[in-house]
Design a protein around this ligand. Structure first.
Ligand code: SF4
Length: 268
């Protein structure tokens, strides 16, 4: 089995997928999102190496608590940088019929990398849900916000639809950075075409990451950016929903076949 490079483990996650979940935070991410609240997960060489069996034993230890459709989530960092480890961990989970979920930016998806796609195909057979965090729908703005292009990320959404893997779309709404109505509508219009879209999770930007950067001695570029209020979040979320609705009408798809998550929690 392939060891994972792990940042941390959380026994009772309530904001990382359906129900109560065991959450694995992997180490290593090639993105550099300006609002990232986990810059300590960026380095590919940090963290601690762990066996999938060890992590799965920890899950089993607390299994009775994973209720309401709960299960196992891998987040990060960027989980899809460690496909072999994920496949081994999810193989164990599926042997026990446990719900599996990957929280990802999709940045690792490279459609032309055949060996990677073969591995990914296998992993997707073991994955019940992908929470895809689209940081920005516009290619240039995405590059400015994350330091990476978004073409592979958007292609990953199409790939998940083809594979019929349930998908939640997450989008953090940051005042002045990702709250432009034109782009929010475009985001909705883009994701509206996908039949595997099961939920929209629009998340309000918060300022709790600031102290983490201070502790790490890092410069926080959004030091002057205010938090997104719940009231404004509702308005912005509606713009995304309008895009979804219009696209679904054009494609003659049902409008109400996905959930709009009402998360008042704050998370990056
Ligand atoms: S927010 Fe997620 S994708 Fe972005 S840099 Fe942080 S860990 Fe990576």
């Amino acid at each position: 089995m392939t060891k994972g490079r792990i940042h941390s483990l959380e026994s009772f996650g309530t904001v990382d997928g359906p129900g109560t979940r065991y959450v694995v935070f992997v180490q290593g991410c090639p993105m550099r999102c300006l609002y990232c609240h986990n810059p300590d997960t960026w380095a590919m060489t940090g963290g601690e190496e762990m066996d999938p069996e060890y992590i799965f034993e920890q899950y089993l230890h607390n299994e009775p608590f994973y209720k309401n459709g709960g299960g196992l989530t891998v987040t990060g960092g960027e989980p899809l940088m460690q496909v072999d480890f994920l496949t081994d961990l999810f193989t164990l989970a599926k042997e026990h019929n446990i719900h599996t979920d990957i929280d990802t930016s999709g940045i690792a998806y490279k459609p032309d990398n055949k060996p990677f796609i073969e591995k990914l195909d296998k992993l997707m057979e073991l994955t019940d849900l992908v929470m895809l965090d689209i940081k920005h729908i516009d290619p240039e703005k995405h590059l400015e916000l994350t330091g990476q292009p978004n073409d592979g990320i958007l292609a990953f959404a199409s790939y998940l639809n083809e594979k019929n893997v349930d998908m939640w779309i997450r989008h953090v709404i940051v005042p002045g950075l990702t709250d432009d109505d034109e782009y929010l509508y475009k985001l909705g219009y883009f994701i509206g075409q996908f039949q595997n879209l099961k939920a929209l999770d629009a998340l309000p930007y918060h300022t709790m990451g600031k102290s983490k950067y201070e502790k790490l001695g890092m410069d926080y570029k959004l030091a002057d950016t205010p938090a997104m209020s719940q009231k404004d979040l509702l308005v912005k979320k509606q713009v995304i929903l309008n895009g979804i609705k219009d696209r679904r009408a054009e494609e003659s798809m049902p409008h109400e076949d996905f959930e709009v998550l009402d998360n008042s929690y704050v998370k990056d």
